[in-house]
Write a protein that binds this ligand. Structure first.
Ligand SMILES: O=C(CO)[C@H](O)COP(=O)(O)O
Length: 262
């Protein structure tokens, strides 16, 4: 039976040059995570190796923000899973909506990346999300089920134990987004739980963590983490300052035991 944890990550996106990233990693290095919390940070590639090295003895996991599915070759500008692993990363964000919208990622390219990450021992942190017009048309669930099923297509049971799925409504992300209402997130995650259980089995032996992301802040983090089918959050702006990130993690530490008993 997979143990229930609360996941809290922050994606620095295209922020922090190497100097600032190293300073932030130094600040995170001595942080004592509350028991049962699994934390991760995804710095830009220019500081991945430095941040991973600073955090190598810390429980805070380090991941890349994207990667390509081939291991090497004539793919100018891309980086591969073995390169990311060699930098010391243990996980990688895949299919973030900013990648899908601005860099042409599709459900099927996300699947190729998921498989490549797993081949090289990286935990895929798979982002899925509905567009505003899909949300308004009431088809969010269909979009999310499709994205999830394709991302997980062809994975073995061992592979499924490694993946994390992150629901980030595109309309909730960034300074122009509005945080999704917790009851809506609850409804979506309950349905997503059935989608992943259809794939991984209903016996509970594999519990795929389902995270929420999109305008998570001090004001709402506990409302999301308290939901029974939400296993944690991915934070953007509110987590970029390492002190804020640590304080947000500390603010949900007590929910670990509440959720474990649920
Ligand atoms: O990746 C994200 C979180 O790290 C996501 O895009 C949400 O960003 P935010 O709206 O700035 O929290």
């Amino acid at each position: 039976m997979d143990q229930k944890s609360v996941w809290v990550g922050t994606n620095w996106k295209m922020n922090k040059g190497p100097g600032e990233a190293i300073a932030a990693a130094d600040a995170l290095a001595s942080f004592k995570l509350p028991e049962g919390v699994r934390a991760f940070v995804t710095p830009p590639l220019t500081s991945l190796k430095d941040v991973a090295s600073i955090l190598q003895d810390s429980p805070v996991m380090v991941g890349a923000q994207t990667m390509y599915w081939e291991d090497s070759g004539a793919w100018t500008g891309e980086v591969s899973a073995p390169m990311i692993a060699e930098c010391g990363a243990s996980c990688v964000l895949l299919g973030h909506s900013e990648r899908r919208q601005n860099f042409g990622e599709t459900d099927w390219t996300v699947n190729r990346k998921v498989q490549a990450a797993l081949r090289h021992g990286l935990r895929p942190l798979i982002c899925i999300g509905d567009l505003l017009d899909e949300y308004e048309a009431g088809v969010s669930q269909e979009t999310l089920a499709r994205q999830t099923k394709i991302a997980l297509n062809g994975l073995s049971r061992e592979d499924l134990r490694q993946v994390v799925v992150i629901y980030e409504p595109v309309w909730a992300i960034g300074s122009s987004g509005r945080p999704a209402d917790p009851p809506f997130v609850s409804e979506i995650h309950t349905k997503l739980r059935s989608v992943v259980e259809e794939i991984a089995g209903h016996d509970g032996s594999i519990r795929i963590p389902l995270l929420y992301g999109g305008s998570v802040s001090r004001a709402n983090i506990r409302d999301y983490v308290a939901l029974s089918d939400v296993d944690g959050v991915l934070i953007g702006r509110a987590g970029w300052d390492p002190e804020d990130f640590m304080s947000l993690i500390a603010s949900v530490g007590d929910l670990v035991s509440v959720k474990a008993g649920a």
